[in-house]
Design a protein around this ligand. Structure first.
Ligand code: FES
Length: 103
């Protein structure tokens, strides 16, 4: 059963930035891009390093460790050395609060 978990407030993640959270034991990153907020697995599919310390450019986050890039909206792996997508999570805004749905 899916559950919506209140994670943070919108003003805690300025546009162009990413924050890391642990939600129900899941490492999750939330990035604030031009189109809004997006939640995804905070674990690079290359060697499992966290992604939140990477570089966010547009909708792409570049892993700080070996340079793989992912689309924060879809989780798609955009370049080597990553070949597998990362998981993305549904996110909703209520008032000023950000909720993420955890399976
Ligand atoms: S751990 Fe991310 S590119 Fe290697």
């Amino acid at each position: 059963m899916e559950r919506w978990i209140k994670v943070t407030h919108q003003n805690e993640i300025p546009k162009g930035q990413t924050r890391a959270f642990t939600i129900e034991n899941e490492p999750i990153a939330i990035s604030h891009v031009e189109d809004g907020f997006f939640a995804y697995e905070n674990k690079c599919s290359h060697m499992d390093f966290p992604l939140d310390d990477g570089i966010l450019e547009g909708c792409e986050i570049e892993c700080a460790h070996h340079g793989a890039k992912f689309d924060v909206k879809t989780g798609e792996a955009l370049c080597m050395p990553a070949v597998s997508a990362i998981r993305v999570y549904p996110l909703k805004i209520e008032g000023d609060e950000i909720y993420v749905e955890i399976p």
